[in-house]
Design a protein around this ligand. Structure first.
Ligand code: SF4
Ligand code: SF4
Length: 472
């Protein structure tokens, strides 16, 4: 006999519809004024954000009388301490980009949007801007009141001061960005004397406006609407990815404290909404994982503080995977194909970068054998081959090199009797000849090693293997 459905029991669809009705994503209609919270993750966030200080300090570090890191676009050279990267080495740049893309993918598949919450420049600048906002306008309630209230002298003074300080930070951001592409001290001199290039002024203006709009005005909306990474992060997750997660089993049914205690039969969530109040993107993590979560972990700090106050164990909101929440066994990292693939690719890219850096000399030698004719026989019976030599000087100083070649007994290198000049940051080409006695040549093709050694600095060396051709 079939059972008669209980018409008073809540149906699955009802739950779904209720959840949908309560579901809320702030799509820009309201400005988020998040409460600032203290705690472990807040401290970590400041530390990771401070990595961006390098943007402001980096260009002023000198190395061997030059800017330590300089992206010299006009001369098509990148200087990183002792290393100079020329367009010929651009494959290394591709590997660096691949490395960072795979690092981002690997970290996302392991621990979600860690980059967004802790390292992203948008999050970092917004954090600094909202910190200043709180210092000037006060806590969230006061800020909302000021925002909704009529214009008066206090509102004008506070908003004026806030935007002025934001403007100064934004200008400094623009100048600091440009300083990586030109001599930083010279740039300041040119800016202060009004002699900087139109490009410099244009880029600084662009960055100033961009910083003010993104960090001051758009804030978390930039993450929602503009960031492509926010759109694709979902494909990098799996059920083992750990994310800030509300422990539904422990927290529900939620309810308010009664007489300072959690009533019998109630979950540990006391519905204080502190996790929502501190969220910079204004979401309620208790509704489950959401697109707007930048995994900043501030809701963990907020909830831990609440749990401490009510004498419950911390971790009602914590880093956990979907599998952990469902009581399943968490797979070890080495059994998870997705992060493993990302880690393999990034390791290969890292290997390539390491190879590139350790094999990047200050001098590069290329030898092209002239093919028409392959060889000539001279009147004394000896055989002569012609070569086009290219010496690439990767330094920012001119120097001279001594050329030599070996491979055949008694051979003679002609055209390099005097040191050859190598122009800084470019190729210098020369035509050289090798003349070898006929009786010393044992084969139709004989390998020849060309070697260039710096005169001013003999540690500058490069070799190239070419061929010597002779009749059968
Ligand atoms: S902070 Fe913790 S206790 Fe308060 S509403 Fe959020 S999850 Fe519940
Ligand atoms: S839900 Fe928590 S982790 Fe996610 S953005 Fe909000 S505060 Fe940060």
């Amino acid at each position: 006999m079939s059972e008669t459905p209980d018409s008073t029991a809540p149906r699955y669809e009802d739950d779904i519809y209720e959840e949908a009705a309560n579901w809320h994503v702030n799509t820009g209609e309201e400005k988020i004024h998040a409460k600032r919270v203290t705690g472990k993750w807040r401290k970590i966030k400041w530390i990771t954000h401070s990595i961006w200080l390098i943007l402001f300090i980096g260009p002023y570090i000198r190395w061997n009388g030059r800017q330590a890191v300089l992206f010299d676009i006009p001369n098509r050279q990148f200087h990183i301490f002792d290393i100079t990267i020329l367009p010929q080495d651009v494959w290394m740049l591709a590997l660096v980009l691949l490395f960072f893309a795979m690092l981002l993918a690997a970290v996302t598949s392991i621990a979600g949007r860690v980059y967004c919450g802790f390292f992203c420049f948008q999050t970092a600048w917004t954090d600094v801007f909202t910190w200043l906002e709180e210092k000037i306008e006060g806590p969230p309630a006061k800020r909302r009141k000021l925002e909704e209230g009529p214009w008066n002298s206090e509102k004008a003074r506070k908003l004026g001061l806030k935007w002025f300080i934001w403007f100064l930070i934004s200008v400094l951001t623009g100048i600091s960005f440009v300083a990586w592409f030109t001599d930083a001290y010279q740039l300041w001199h040119d800016l202060l004397t009004g002699q900087a290039s139109t490009t410099a002024y244009g880029v600084i203006a662009l960055f100033t406006a961009g910083t003010m709009v993104l960090a001051g005005k758009l804030r978390e909306q930039a993450c929602f609407w503009l960031c492509p990474y926010a759109r694709i992060q979902g494909v990098m997750y799996d059920k083992e990815t750990i994310l800030p997660t509300y422990d539904f089993n422990r927290g529900e049914p939620r309810g308010r404290l009664k007489k300072g205690k959690v009533p019998e039969g109630q979950g540990d969530c006391i519905d204080c909404k502190q996790c929502v109040a501190v969220c910079p993107t204004g979401i309620d993590i208790r509704m489950g994982q959401q697109e707007g979560c930048i995994t900043c972990s501030l809701c963990i700090d907020a909830c831990d503080a609440v749990m401490e106050k009510i004498g419950k164990p911390k971790g009602l909101i914590r880093y956990a995977s979907l599998d952990e929440m469902e009581g399943k066994h968490q797979l070890p990292l080495w059994k998870r194909p997705r992060p493993l693939i990302y880690i393999t690719i990034l390791t290969l890219a890292l290997g390539g970068i390491f190879y590139g850096i350790t094999h990047l000399g200050t001098i590069e030698l290329k030898v092209l054998h002239e093919r028409a004719p392959l060889y000539v026989q001279l009147s004394d019976g000896s055989i002569q081959n012609k070569y086009r030599i290219k010496i690439l000087n990767k330094t920012d100083k001119d120097f001279h090199v001594k050329m030599s070649a070996e491979g055949i007994a008694g051979m003679e290198l002609k055209g390099a009797e005097k040191p050859l000049f190598a122009r800084k940051g470019s190729d210098s080409s020369y035509t050289l000849y090798i003349k070898a006695p006929a009786d010393a040549i044992k084969a139709e093709r004989t390998p020849i090693i060309f070697k260039a050694v710096g005169i001013e600095d003999p540690t500058q060396q490069a070799t190239y293997e070419s061929m010597f051709f002779a009749p059968r």
